[in-house]
Ligand binder design. Structure first.
Ligand SMILES: [Fe+2]
Length: 384
């Protein structure tokens, strides 16, 4: 328990708050490792991943997660075998969940260089990186100060895209020795089965598998799957079409029932009602295993008017000889993907109805329209 403590959680108060378990998996033998933790709000928790890549003379950390004692122990084991952490990379300009753990990870690896994506912004105040705890003497900016380990890696930028409030930019990295393309948020393959990380604590799945607040949390493989599908729908669309929010009266009438009077069950408060099958909605979200897609939240809120830039980036990636895998910072990894498959994905995205307004997308579309109306996001975002 104590080695899973993450004292900096109030900086970004997401479930499971002060306790972070870490699942460590070897993705490609002797080359690439995944360190996964859970992160979310009110049990809408999805796995977040740090990828550890072997580079000449040691290791590179791509998109760090919270350096708990448990995580550091596993990392020290890798350092024993392959050499010290030489570089820590923050590969996104906007993804706060990936930025918050970086200063603590930098302190845990005092010899490593810290590389950040240019144009880091913080909201509501624009604070200098050193105020956020980044070590100024060993922090470099990707691109502006070069790129780390050019002999072993190549770097491929999506953006910058002007978002009004700040900018979106993400730096994907091809690790040549394994053929794995590391990236952050732009592409995902949503797991068809509950991710292994939930074996450590399935509570978020069981919480969402219920249909009413007064049902107790039961644990069966079917319920875990149902809970996972709903959780992925929440994380993808924020408010999927099939979801209705019951009235306060119904909510309270179902709360505090016998068997639910525990903090784990949120005392029976379950503010969601699914009108239609969540399994059908999930099948639309992720029709087949290992299929890469743009996360709907990103497509509808970040890229709604920059389809061409996203497609051009994918076409760029499709020219990477030796591409064999994609390793995103969320959901499934490694996802098999060769240049032809990447080209097919680019072609499919170029043709399909981009950032739609209907069905599951309606809630996201409403947010986007409101932001446009307020002039918070630009009508024609600048790219590059
Ligand atoms: Fe992310």
């Amino acid at each position: 328990m104590s080695d899973q403590v993450w004292p900096w959680w109030p900086l970004l108060p997401l479930y499971p708050y002060g306790r972070r378990r870490t699942l460590v998996r070897e993705l490609i033998p002797e080359q690439l490792w995944s360190f996964e933790q859970l992160q979310g709000v009110f049990y809408v928790a999805v796995p977040i991943r740090m990828t550890v890549a072997r580079v000449p003379g040691g290791l590179l950390l791509y998109a760090p997660v919270a350096p708990t004692a448990e995580l550091l122990k596993a990392l020290r084991d890798l350092e024993q075998r392959y050499g010290p952490v030489r570089s820590i990379v923050l590969p996104t300009a906007s993804g706060l969940e990936h930025k918050v753990p970086v200063p603590a990870m930098a302190r845990a690896c005092p010899k490593a260089e810290v590389w950040v994506t240019p144009g880091q912004w913080s909201f509501p105040l624009q604070l200098p990186l050193s105020w956020l705890g980044f070590p100024s003497r060993r922090t470099r900016v990707l691109g502006e100060d070069g790129f780390p380990h050019g002999e072993a890696l190549s770097w491929h930028s999506l953006g910058p895209i002007d978002l009004g409030l700040g900018r979106f930019q993400e730096l994907a990295c091809l690790h040549r020795a394994s053929g794995a393309l590391l990236l952050t948020d732009a592409l995902v393959a949503i797991n068809q089965q509950p991710p292994q990380l939930f074996d450590l604590d399935p509570t978020p799945l069981l919480f969402h598998a219920r249909d009413r607040g007064d049902q107790a949390l039961l644990d069966t493989p079917e319920l875990r799957l149902k809970g996972w599908q709903r959780l992925a729908l929440f994380a993808s669309y924020l408010r999927p079409e099939a979801l209705q929010v019951p009235s306060l009266g119904t909510l309270l009438a179902q709360a505090f029932q016998p068997g639910c009077r525990t903090a784990r069950a949120y005392f029976g408060l379950y503010p969601f009602h699914w009108q239609t099958s969540s399994a059908a909605a999930f099948a639309e979200l992720q029709p087949a295993a290992g299929q890469l897609r743009i996360a709907p939240v990103l497509e509808r809120l970040v890229f709604p008017r920059t389809q061409a830039a996203v497609v051009a980036w994918l076409r760029d990636l499709a020219r990477l000889e030796g591409l064999r895998w994609v390793v995103p910072a969320h959901y499934e990894a490694p996802v098999p993907c060769n240049p032809q498959q990447m080209e097919q994905l680019a072609g499919a995205l170029a043709q399909r109805n981009w950032a739609p307004d209907q069905g599951n997308w309606a809630y996201l579309a409403g947010i986007d329209r409101q932001l446009l109306r307020w002039g918070v996001v630009p009508d024609r975002p600048r790219v590059g």
